[in-house]
Each structure stands twice: as C-alpha cells, then as structure tokens.
Design a protein around this ligand. Sequence first.
Ligand SMILES: [Zn+2]
Ligand SMILES: [Zn+2]
Length: 212
Amino acid sequence: MENEKQVKLPDWTWEFHGHRCPFMPIGYRMGAIALRELGIEKVKDHGAFALPEMGVGHPQTCMMDGVMSATGCTYGKLMMERLNYGKVASIVHAPGKGAVRVYLESDFQDELGKEEFFAYRKRGVEPSDIPSEVTERAVKIVLETPEDDMFKIEKLPDFKFSRPKGSFAKVKCSKCGEYVFERYVRTVEGEPVCIPCSGFTESRLDALKAIQ
Ligand SMILES: [Zn+2]
Ligand SMILES: [Zn+2]
C-alpha cells in the first residue's frame, strides 16, 4: 500500500538523474517549496532563476538536479547558477515575485548522515552500486520527513539577480569559419575572431579551471 505521507516525484526525474539517491529528492522538495512560497508554477521559459549554494569538490550536489526538475530552472536555459558557498541550500528568484531560500536543516543533515548509504559513498562506492535496500532506506526518510523537520525556509525581500539582455547577433570567425555570438567576438588585426583563435586568452582547459 502506498504511503500517503510520501512526497511523490515523477518517474522521469529519476530517469533524468540516472540513479536513486537521497539528494536528488531533497532538491526536488526544495524546488517545490520555493515555487509554492513564491506562488508560481514550474517555469516553462525564463520566469525564475534557481541559485543553489553548492560548490565543487564536495558531496550532495545531486540536489541540483532535483531543484531543476521541480522548478524548470534548468542549466541549459541559463536559469541555474551555483553560488559556490558549499552549503546544502538553494535560492529561487522570480523577478517581480521575490526570492526564497531553502536550507536543509543541520540536525536533519546529521540524522540522514548516519544512514549506511553515506558509509558506502565515503568508501567511494557509486550510488548505483550500493545495495538498493540501503539506498531506499535513505530515500524513504527524505520522502517522508515532514517539511518543518527538514527545511529552513526564508524570504529574501531585497534579493536581485538578472542577466544581460540576449542577442541573436553572430559573426563568423575569420580564422576557423565558425560562428561566434557577438558578445564573445574578439578583434585581431581588424578581423573578427573567436576566443580560441584570438590568442588573447587562456586555453579551453584554463577557462574551465577558472570557473571551478
Ligand atoms: Zn544522486
Ligand atoms: Zn575561430
């Protein structure tokens, strides 16, 4: 029999994420709470930003796939950006409607952290290789714990975030012949070039390092 207290996630969210784990559904719940608090539906286009406080080089970043799934604020639409605070929290900002921050309570993090799932993870076992009864025990806790015991929810009245206005304008790089969106065109000896052809700046790998 189904447990009526359980939060339900659509099956596609698990498929999209790739494995069963406790942190994707934590993010899904965070996203759903933020939508409710802002009084908005899941966004189809560009109506809201999700700004998780996650960084790199720490666990539990699976949360971000849950936030994207619940809110529609996807990375590809450029509606998601990490704040790099290394915290299990996410802000959702809907311009004109406000901003909400949802934090996974420290006590809950401590409790959940006792689950055997995390002992496997600390030993470097991938989530899809962890025995499913171990994973499902942790997932069940996440789906059944009442919201008040799990999350701190706060409104951020002064929060502002926006992006530069988009432009469709593009030009062909005079060296490689590939199109470049106008904002990123460089000029070398009077000719338009792309950044990798410009010699102005770091390699692609250095550019990646700079954003980590
Ligand atoms: Zn995961
Ligand atoms: Zn080029």
